[in-house]
Design a protein around this ligand. Sequence first.
Ligand SMILES: Nc1ncnc2c1ncn2[C@@H]1O[C@H](COP(=O)(O)OP(=O)(O)OP(=O)(O)O)[C@@H](O)[C@H]1O
Length: 120
Amino acid sequence: MLNSFLGKRIKACGYAFKGALILIKTEPPIQVQIIIAILMTAIGFYLNITTVEWMFQIFSIGLVISLEAANTAIEEIADFIHPDYHKKIGLIKDMAAGAVFFAAITAVIIGLIIYIPYLF
Ligand SMILES: Nc1ncnc2c1ncn2[C@@H]1O[C@H](COP(=O)(O)OP(=O)(O)OP(=O)(O)O)[C@@H](O)[C@H]1O
């Protein structure tokens, strides 16, 4: 029983990893977020930010990429369920994009709080 529980969890991790790879390979918004994440990580090393600042930066990057991934999945569902134009589909897609917007604004504010003191 434990074996099958563990086996299922390991399989689920495999599917999740496969999903992450698909997102990285095929979705330009995710690719852009990953480039920004790499750039911010390089800047973090260059300016030698503190452990707490690293924690906030990594959390912000994870939050934005995760929500971008969820937004992509919602867009896929919307297009699958209703490929034609519909006001409601537009609303659903805009709301999902709004979630990414909230995360992105939060990440920018955190970034400013971390980096402004290093610049002045
Ligand atoms: N089927 C539809 N019906 C109504 N409005 C739509 C529909 N598809 C897209 N839209 C509108 O166009 C906007 C962009 O939709 P789209 O699916 O191209 O998202 P996107 O963010 O540009 O996609 P991607 O991230 O793949 O570039 C939506 O937020 C919505 O306002």
